[in-house]
Design a protein around this ligand. Structure first.
Ligand code: S3P
Length: 183
């Protein structure tokens, strides 16, 4: 008997900067024995320069176009955990593209928690202004309606890495029709 290729072959992590997509994504990928992909990393390799340089030299619209091109190229992948840049699904076409093949999970945290997690990092051009907390509040509020369109919303604020990882794996197994898997 031919087994049909399941539509949901991958897991995509979306959500605001600093919600832990890469850290959690690595753990989920290890547990599922999936390949871990990070759209920011792939994009930097393609462009052969850092995100900060793309923003500074080419501007955000060029970055967003590169992001959209990349997302389209991921549609053929199988057995991957894909961590996405925080603004990627603000373009509805990108979310639609991910939903063709992946269970889309949004990691959530409050502006204050995000600020605590990102305040000592400097690689995100959007948070390098004079008042990052205010920027986080404004951007997160503007993006919330998009994040809410993910298949599952996971609040990471009061949960450890292990619990968040297990919760995501549980949701993925459910999407594959195995509701009673160990977690
Ligand atoms: C961005 C988030 C970043 C990166 C770029 C823009 C955003 O990714 O794609 O700096 O618009 O939220 P992370 O969410 O991985 O930090």
């Amino acid at each position: 008997m031919n087994e049909a290729t399941p539509t949901i072959r991958n897991l995509a992590l979306v959500g605001f900067m600093g919600t832990g997509k890469s850290t959690v994504g690595h753990h989920v990928a290890d547990d599922l024995r999936f390949t871990f992909l990070d759209t920011d990393e792939l994009l930097e390799k393609r462009a052969n320069k850092s995100i900060a340089r793309i923003f500074a030299e080419d501007g955000e619209p060029v970055f967003r176009q590169l992001e959209s091109d990349l997302v389209r190229d991921l549609e053929s992948r199988t057995n991957c955990v894909i961590a996405t840049g925080g603004g990627l699904i603000v373009n509805p076409a990108n979310l639609a593209s991910l939903k063709k093949h992946a269970l889309v999970i949004c990691l959530w945290a409050s502006p204050e928690a995000i600020w605590q997690r990102t305040r000592h990092q400097s690689h995100r051009p959007l948070l390098n202004g004079p008042d990052p907390l205010a920027t986080i509040r404004t951007l997160l509020a503007a993006r919330e309606p998009y994040y809410r369109q993910a298949d599952v919303l996971v609040n990471t604020e009061y949960r450890g890495l292990r619990e968040v990882t297990h919760q995501i794996i549980h949701h993925f197994h459910q999407s594959q029709g195995h509701p009673h898997t160990r977690h």
